[in-house]
Ligand binder design. Structure first.
Ligand code: MG
Length: 157
């Protein structure tokens, strides 16, 4: 069994689509990023790579590579899972927290959980998606950024 931790943060700007965990979220603001800026999927990719000791998302999917410009981050996660599988490992469970002052995510957590479980090939009972605000503190708390933290457990496949 091996654990891995991932973290990501993106600045937010008006009029950008917001995608979290491969799920479209209605929002007046969305992330600036090279790909679709899905902070949750990026944190999950880094957690998977970390647990497998395979480096980080920036090494595998450099933001200088035009192939990933505007990319659906579900593709990054699928590629990451291939690399993890090639290392003889597979996910057991995931726990994640999204940190955002806006939009409110309580009503979207169930959909995000279902989608992430599907992307990971896990039963939703093994996937936990939590959401919290930053209590008004720093750029996240002022609604100018969105962040996510994820931890995964891998087992030998
Ligand atoms: Mg990112």
């Amino acid at each position: 069994m091996r654990t891995g931790l991932g973290y990501d943060i993106h600045p937010l700007a008006p009029g950008r689509p917001l995608r979290l965990g491969g799920t479209e979220i209605p929002s007046p603001v969305g992330p600036l990023g090279h790909s679709d800026g899905d902070a949750l999927l990026h944190a999950i990719c880094d957690a998977l790579l970390g647990a497998a000791a395979l480096g980080d998302i920036g090494e595998h999917f450099p933001d200088t590579d035009p192939a990933w410009r505007g990319a659906d981050s579900a593709r990054l996660l699928a590629e990451t899972l291939h690399k993890v599988a090639a290392a003889g490992l597979r996910p057991v469970n995931l726990d994640a927290t999204i940190i955002a002052q806006q939009p409110r995510l309580a009503s979207h957590k169930a959909a995000i959980r279902q989608r992430v479980a599907g992307l990971l090939g896990l039963d939703h009972a093994r996937v936990s998606i939590k959401a919290k605000s930053n209590n008004g503190l720093d750029a996240v708390g002022q609604g100018r950024a969105i962040a996510a933290v994820a931890i995964v457990l891998l087992e030998e496949a």
